[in-house]
Design a protein around this ligand. Structure first.
Ligand code: FMN
Length: 160
């Protein structure tokens, strides 16, 4: 199994979980970076991010190209933004042909749940086999507990 963990993280929660998952499955790790910079402070943070989701934006990714062909398993991580996945994940899906893969998805959120986000993400990724999904509530706040949870979840994939 050759695995990729690809994620976007605005404030480090998704990053924390992604790092643990890549460690558990010994997968490559890619953090998506955008040329667009979202405001980090105040209400602007929620306004611009939320607006970006609602307008279906696909911000430009500034990562070196990802050779998707070499991976059979792709784990995708996102913060929940306005009930959905974050716009850089939309860019990822548009830019790369992700099909015929085994997919795991994880999301971090502030307590509003990730069910809608997962539904939308699965719909955006037809033609793949879904291995599982898991969500975390602000994992940085209880990092040890959440790292353990992430590690255990992902360890199940290595044996598939
Ligand atoms: C623009 C924006 C929109 C958000 N929308 C939601 C939401 O709809 N539901 C929710 O539970 N949390 C929401 N959050 C909180 C984040 O999902 C949460 O803080 C998450 O852990 C952040 O992950 P990160 O640190 O990897 O960016 C939002 C945060 C931002 C910045």
């Amino acid at each position: 199994m050759k695995a990729l963990v690809v994620y976007f993280s605005f404030e480090g929660n998704t990053k924390l979980v992604a790092e643990k998952i890549s460690e558990a499955i010994k997968g490559d790790l890619v953090e998506l970076k955008t040329s667009k910079v979202y405001p980090k402070e105040g209400v602007g943070k929620f306004f611009w991010g939320g607006k970006s989701v609602l307008f279906g934006e696909e911000p430009e990714l500034i990562n070196p190209p990802i050779d998707m062909g070499q991976y059979d398993t792709v784990i995708i991580g996102t913060p929940v933004w306005a009930g959905s996945f974050a716009p850089p994940i939309k860019s990822l899906i548009s830019q790369y042909h992700i099909a015929g893969k085994r997919i795991g998805i994880f999301a971090c959120h502030g307590g509003g749940g990730a069910a809608k986000c997962f539904d939308k993400l699965k719909k955006a990724l037809p033609g793949n086999e879904f291995l599982g999904q898991i969500d975390f509530v602000e994992p940085k706040r209880k990092s040890e507990e959440n790292c353990r949870k992430a590690f255990t979840w992902a360890s199940g994939f290595s044996s598939l």
